[in-house]
Each structure stands twice: as C-alpha cells, then as structure tokens.
Design a protein around this ligand. Structure first.
Ligand code: ADP
Ligand code: MG
Length: 320
C-alpha cells in the first residue's frame, strides 16, 4: 500500500456528524461551526523515546495520543467535535497502523469525535494530534479566573500514572494485584470530558494534570495572581499507591509525577453544593485538596498545618 491507499483504507472513516461538510481527502476539511459558538483548539505531539517508549503497544499509543488532546478540551470545558492526525512513521507497517487505529478510533467514537484530516510523513515515529471542540460564546474554563478563598479540587487519584511508569522502568515493585491498574493509568488515561462540561458554570479556573500537580497548579497561581495552598493529608492516593510506597513517596509521585490527565480546578465556596450535584452525575470522584489565598503566585504545601518541602529534585529522572 502506498501513502494514499493507507489514508483511504485506515484514516477515511465515514462520520455520523452532520457538521463535517468535508472530511479527509480534499485540500482542507470543511466544518460547520454553529452560531454563537467558540472554537476550542489544542495540539499535542508525542515523540517516540521522549513521551513514550518505542515499543509501546500501538493500540495504547493510538488511545493516548487522542486522550491527551481530549484532556485539554476537558480542561477548557469544551465539547469535543473534530480531530486531525499527523503521523510520522519510520516505515509502513500495516499491522502497527491497524492497532494504532483501533485504539484511536475506539476513543474517538466514544466521544463522537470525527477524524477530519491529517498528514503522513516518513521519519522517526511521532504523532501530532489537533482537536477542536465547541463552547457556548463567553464560556471556557481559563487558568486565570481563580479568586481568593476558592477551594482547589482534583478528580480521581493522583500519581498512579507515575507509579505505573516506575513499575515499567523496574524502579518500584508494584504488588501483583495492582500492576494492571497502574499500567492502565499510565497507558490508557481517560480524558475527563464530562467533568469539564459539568464544571463550565461552576469552576472559576481549571487545567488538566499532565506534568504533575505542583507544576501545573503553578500555572493557575500565575495566571490568577495568587497563592495556592495544598493540604497534603487531603491529596487523594489510590489503594495501589498506599499499599506500594511510603506516604512521602506517594506524595512525591502525586505532586510531581506527570501523565495523570485528571482535572485540577478551583470553585468558589458558594458553588460547593452545585459542584457536589454536578459531579455526582458524572460518577467521578473528586477531592478538595486546598484553597487559594492572596499573595505571591506559588504553590505552598502544608502537612498538619506545617510547611512541607518536596524532594522533587531527586524525582526528576522519573519524569517522562
Ligand atoms: P496535501 O498534500 O494537500 O496536504 P495530503 O496528501 O497530505 O494532502 O493528504 C490528502 C488528504 O488526506 C487530506 O485531506 C488530508 O487531510 C488527508 N490525510 C492525510 N493523512 C491523514 C491521516 N493520518 N488521517 C486522516 N486524514 C489524513
Ligand atoms: Mg499533507
């Protein structure tokens, strides 16, 4: 198969979306944007050997390449609509492409996202995905909206993907019964799309956790011009984490480990009841881990009311 056969066979999938006027095959995709709508657009690249191991299962890679992009739409509160895919492959390996597509399209179909175009080139393995979503005019969960007194929240549990990475690297021995869980978290992150949508009228700011809580939350403190305080006893750690490493190691992984793709967001006290109701409908666990205070933009950690210092330097080599 040549390049065009591959595109036609694997990447030209009939879409059920009525807003796709022209999908793959012409010079551009043509998409119908509804009136009074903002387009939310985000791109992420995954490079072999940098963002993933060269031998990562292609099915997981297809899933993750789309998931990390959808996670950005989730963090903005947008409804996912369209995606384009630029693939750089060292060679045409149809078996690899087929499995990649199975992971990619399974997630795309789940959220009714249409693949509308892309590119194929030869070179070292790298995947660039651009997703587009919609928001009602005037909406969008920016990083800059947090106010003094807002609670800081996260979805799910933190650090499991980093624990999964350590397990794969052979640095930490995860008990047999938790291995699948942590590897799944590492390879198959699930974008929190429904949570993002539910937070649209409730959260004052939001982002997704890709680089680790402390570094990511620092973006909110800078954009909003205030200080964040995290209470370590509140940080949600999974059973797998609690039964594998010490509390201190758990915090290191949860606070400075990346790849969780959970959402971190701030909510005014006034909306606390609304938040409970909205997220109960999504069936996603969420936890208040701290509060926003006036002061220099920084992330402050406290344990039992006393300042706590992360050892994160020593954990840098654990980063992807
Ligand atoms: P051009 O040279 O005009 O950029 P291409 O040959 O790169 O066109 O692509 C031809 C068509 O196939 C375009 O519509 C493009 O969007 C689509 N396409 C290319 N690669 C992919 C891909 N990986 N997934 C989906 N569509 C693709
Ligand atoms: Mg092209």
């Amino acid at each position: 198969m040549n390049e065009f056969d591959i595109i036609k066979h694997y990447f030209t999938v009939a879409s059920h979306r009525k807003d796709v006027v022209m999908g793959p095959g012409d010079d551009c995709a043509l998409l119908q944007v509804p009136p009074n709508t903002l387009l939310a657009v985000s791109t992420d690249t995954l490079v072999s050997g940098v963002h993933f191991f060269a031998d990562m299962k292609p099915e997981a890679l297809g899933h993750k390449a789309l998931a990390v992009n959808l996670s950005d739409l989730a963090a903005m509160g947008a409804d996912p609509c369209w995606v384009s895919l630029a693939l750089t492959l060292p060679e045409i390996d149809e078996n690899w492409i087929e499995q990649f597509c199975s992971g990619f399209f399974e997630l795309a179909e789940y959220y009714n996202v249409a693949l509308v175009g892309g590119d194929m080139t030869k070179g070292p393995l790298s995947i660039t995905v651009t997703v587009q979503g919609t928001l009602p005019a005037g909406k969008g969960l920016k990083r800059s909206g947090a106010k003094v007194g807002d609670g800081i929240y996260v979805t799910g549990t933190l650090g499991d993907a980093a624990l999964g990475l350590q397990q794969v690297l052979g640095n930490i021995a995860v008990p047999e019964k938790y291995k699948e869980f942590v590897c799944h978290k590492f390879e198959h992150p699930h974008p929190r799309i429904l949570v993002g949508q539910a937070l649209r009228d409730i959260a004052s700011s939001a982002l997704d956790l890709s680089d680790g809580l402390v570094g990511d939350l620092a973006h909110i403190t800078r954009a909003s011009g205030m200080r964040a305080q995290i209470e370590l006893e509140q940080v949600p750690l999974s059973d797998a984490m609690q039964n594998t490493v010490s509390q201190e190691q758990g915090w290191e992984l949860a606070l400075s480990g990346g790849d969780d793709y959970e959402l971190c967001f701030t909510v005014p006290e006034l909306y606390r009841g609304q938040l409970e109701t909205a997220l109960a409908n999504c069936g996603v666990k969420f936890t208040r881990i701290g509060r926003m205070y006036s002061g220099e933009p920084e992330v402050e950690l406290v344990f039992e009311g006393r300042p706590y210092q992360l050892q994160s330097q020593s954990w840098d080599h654990f980063r992807k």
